[in-house]
Design a protein around this ligand. Structure first.
Ligand code: ADP
Ligand code: MG
Length: 652
């Protein structure tokens, strides 16, 4: 084309396209749902804008918010068209090639190890999946603010943009034309496309049509003696009055009617645009929830969501919501955690999609949830900014958090051995076998979020504490809850013992645990800095320890976030948390302690002056060790050695 401008794909995008083109990935079907999902997003955008400005939709066909699929068997072209927001020339250049999204390189990396293209939509690069089936793709687009443009590329590192002077005007929206590869002929079969839409795009909220062929019976009048059709055309030249006369004459001649098959085309609707969340939960099947999750989360892996909750809130603020716990954490869950916009809930107001970037719906620590909220209470005709400040949002958020935590709790409850309760259908229904080990899976993927929740959300701290899991000195690789820990506490044990550090292996060797191991106690786990003196800024105490008492089981904390966590979680069910590497550890009753202190007084005094106050605050007798002669512990209110290590690694 002589008016075409050429552009090169951004390097990562180019690599991504190469991978897609050369992929041996067998499930090429995925391109269609990606295109339909993009069309749906574009329609959501224009519908949202039209809330405050009706004119934006235009009139006639333009105002029809729908998706159309069309086939051209001869030219081997499959096209998908929407009347969504469309793209300006600038949009085409940026969105389809020159600006790499954060997910691009993450996806490229992922492809190198797994090759599972199914996840492409989650990485925000779904469009490029068209090159699984096409070797040449054209994107025609018309945005209200610009002329109609064509983007085209053979995926050879470059694309071209031209002002569209030859295609039919779209009015508004986008048409993607796929020139299918030789081996992708199956996508020219209507039946295949219908099947795919049913399978993957059932929950798209706009009507999807296909230009479907239909065999119809057509009655053709034939003359018994004369089968030449030319006689009819000649009759049409006569004026209407005579025509009637001719027909009646024909009938008199007893011309026979014959039925022949003829192919006609018409738009056939492929989905019934049902809003799952508006239906009665009792009538929605598990399979429907699972499929709805796939569609909502753009997660088309074989994994099922770990849990879901579908409910209606009534009262001052009315809304319906469906929440899902995904089977896996997204690749960027904890990336720029406090900076990035995080919500994964879609907000609808009276069935109209408003936004999926409303941070006000869920706190950051619950941003791993997927789902949807539809409220009748919120106003429709206001800007996003106004909506963001609407007082109802606080109530919605509060209720969502409650429901979310209940849902997570349920995974844990149903996973535990005792649970034989019959579960409520609308909330979670997996087979008993499927429930086993579900919480460990949850914890593995999202445990950090729960810990962050304890730091962020004072109101729900206790609820969240119930969801915590740790390894302990006695859990043998399994996870233990605080409740379980407490239930195993020895009589007379007042505190929950824990130790923090970088790995379980290190912690298990810690001299701090000597006593409790010997006495068969349990500790939650972390790490130990052997003989490192903390100068000045840190208060450290060298404790000279002789052994008598019995330390209980200790919890192991190995995640850096655990250190922060423990600054917020002071106690649980009236039990204090006691870091076993800190001063003030009380292990059972120290009957002989006083005596000991007295008899070693000279030694501790000498030692303290020998080390000087720059290095240690004090030297004490303690009962926490067994074989190791002495250890360095931190003062009660100082940073633990592990915390110091974390702080150091952050400043370096
Ligand atoms: P994602 O949909 O996750 O953003 P894609 O690779 O599927 O990633 O699409 C890239 C971008 O191209 C979209 O964000 C959107 O801006 C634009 N786009 C794609 N298809 C359409 C369409 N049918 N209408 C308008 N914009 C589109
Ligand atoms: Mg997309």
């Amino acid at each position: 084309r002589n008016n075409a401008e050429k552009f090169e794909f951004q390097a990562e995008v180019s690599r991504l396209m190469d991978i897609i083109i050369n992929s041996l990935y067998s499930n090429k079907d995925i391109f269609l749902r990606e295109l339909i999902s993009n069309a749906s997003d574009a329609l959501d955008k224009i519908r949202f804008l039209s809330l405050t400005n009706k004119e934006i939709l235009g009139e006639g066909d333009n105002a029809k918010l729908e998706i159309q699929i069309k086939l051209d068997k001869e030219k081997k072209i499959l096209s998908i068209r929407d009347r969504g927001i469309g793209m300006t020339k600038e949009d085409l250049i940026k969105n389809l090639g020159t600006i790499a999204k954060s997910g691009t390189s993450a996806f490229v990396e992922k492809m190198q190890t797994s090759g599972d293209l199914n996840l492409i939509g989650q990485f925000g690069v779904g469009f490029y999946s068209v090159y699984l089936v096409a070797d040449y793709v054209g994107v025609i687009s018309k945005h209200n603010d610009d002329k109609q443009y064509v983007w085209e590329s053979k995926a050879d590192g470059a694309f071209a943009i031209s002002e569209d002077t030859w295609n039919e005007p779209l009015g508004r929206g986008t048409e993607i034309r796929l020139h299918l590869r030789e081996e992708a002929g199956e996508y020219l079969e209507e039946s295949k496309l219908k099947e795919l839409v049913k399978k993957y795009s059932e929950f798209i909220n706009f009507p999807i049509y296909i230009w479907a062929s239909k065999e119809v019976d057509v009655e053709v009048h034939t003359d018994e003696d004369e089968e030449e059709p030319s006689s009819e055309s000649s009759s049409s030249e006569e004026d209407s009055g005579d025509e009637d006369a001719v027909k009646s004459e024909d009938e008199e001649k007893k011309s026979k009617t014959k039925t022949v098959k003829e192919t006609t085309y018409e738009w056939e609707l492929l989905n019934d645009v049902k809003a799952v969340w508006l239906r009665n939960p009792k009538e929605v099947t598990d399979e429907e929830y699972i499929k709805f999750y796939h569609s909502l989360a753009k997660d088309f892996s074989d994994d099922k969501p770990l849990a879901w909750s579908h409910f209606t809130a009534e009262g001052d603020v009315e809304f319906k919501a469906v929440l899902f716990v995904p089977p896996k954490a997204p690749y960027n869950l904890y990336e720029s955690y406090y900076n990035a916009s995080k919500s994964n809930l879609k907000l609808y107001v009276r069935r109209v999609f408003i936004s999926d970037e409303f941070d006000e719906l869920l706190p950051k620590y619950l941003s791993f949830l997927k789902g949807l909220v539809d409220s009748d209470t919120l106003p429709l005709n206001v800007s996003r900014e106004m909506l963001q400040q609407h007082s109802s949002l606080k109530t919605i958020k509060k209720k969502l958090i409650r429901k979310a935590l209940d849902m997570i709790r349920r995974i844990a409850d149903e996973d535990s051995d005792e649970s034989t309760e019959t579960e409520k259908k609308d909330e979670r229904s997996l087979d008993d076998d499927e429930k086993r080990g579900q919480y460990a899976k949850f914890w593995n993927e999202f445990g950090k979020s729960i810990k962050l929740g304890i730091i962020e959300d004072a109101t729900n701290r206790n609820r969240l504490a119930k969801l915590l899991r740790f390894e302990s000195s006695k859990s043998e690789g399994k996870l233990t809850s605080l409740d379980e820990y407490i239930s195993r506490m020895k009589s007379g044990q007042k505190d929950i013992f824990y130790i923090t550090g970088s790995s379980k292996e290190q912690l298990e060797k810690s001299p701090f645990l000597e006593r409790l191991k010997k006495k068969n106690y349990e500790a939650l786990l972390d790490f130990f800095f052997p003989f490192r003196f903390h100068a000045k800024s840190f208060t450290s105490i060298l404790s000279f320890l002789l052994v008598f008492s019995n330390l209980e089981h200790v919890i192991f904390f190995t995640d850096p976030v655990d250190e922060y966590l423990m600054q917020y979680l002071m106690d649980y069910e009236d039990k204090k948390f006691q870091n076993v590497s800190k001063e003030g550890l009380k292990i059972g009753k120290d009957a002989k302690n006083k005596e000991l202190k007295e008899s070693f007084k000279d030694l501790t005094k000498w030692w303290k002056s020998a080390l000087s106050s720059e290095n240690v605050d004090d030297v004490k007798i303690s009962n926490r060790l067994d074989n190791t002669p002495c250890v360095v512990v931190t003062s009660k209110y100082g940073w633990s050695a592990n915390m110091e290590r974390i702080m150091q690694s952050q400043t370096l």
